[in-house]
Design a protein around this ligand. Structure first.
Ligand SMILES: [Zn+2]
Length: 114
């Protein structure tokens, strides 16, 4: 993912509107690109800052980066869970395929040999 693409997706990320694939690319870029991470923090603070204005500035900026970290951590966890689910689903369908094949072979043997 390029920086421009990342920055275009920041709002969608904060609104939780990215697909799981997009969120994966987004997180990967956030972890590897310091500038985009700063941009994300800034955009998050601006956005939340608009909603909550009656608090001490220093305390607020500390809270915001904590909150953002929690969102990022939750997204990472979500991605891991979905990734695991995909592996399990794939394993189960693979096993089901081989089980069905084995069953057919056994049945054919019964038909052929009697
Ligand atoms: Zn970047």
């Amino acid at each position: 993912m390029r920086c421009l693409e990342f920055q275009q997706q920041i709002n969608d990320f904060l609104d939780d509107r990215l697909t799981i694939g997009q969120a994966g690319d987004f997180m990967e870029h956030a972890d590897s690109c310091h500038e985009c991470m700063e941009e994300l923090e800034l955009r998050y603070m601006i956005r939340v800052g608009i909603l909550e204005q009656n608090r001490d500035d220093r305390e607020m900026s500390y809270d915001y980066s904590q909150q953002l970290n929690r969102i990022l951590e939750r997204t990472r966890k979500d991605l891991r869970v979905r990734y695991l689910c995909r592996i399990v689903k794939y394993s189960v369908s693979t096993m089901a395929f081989w089980a069905a094949l084995a069953l057919i072979l056994v049945q054919m043997r019964v038909w052929l040999i009697g």
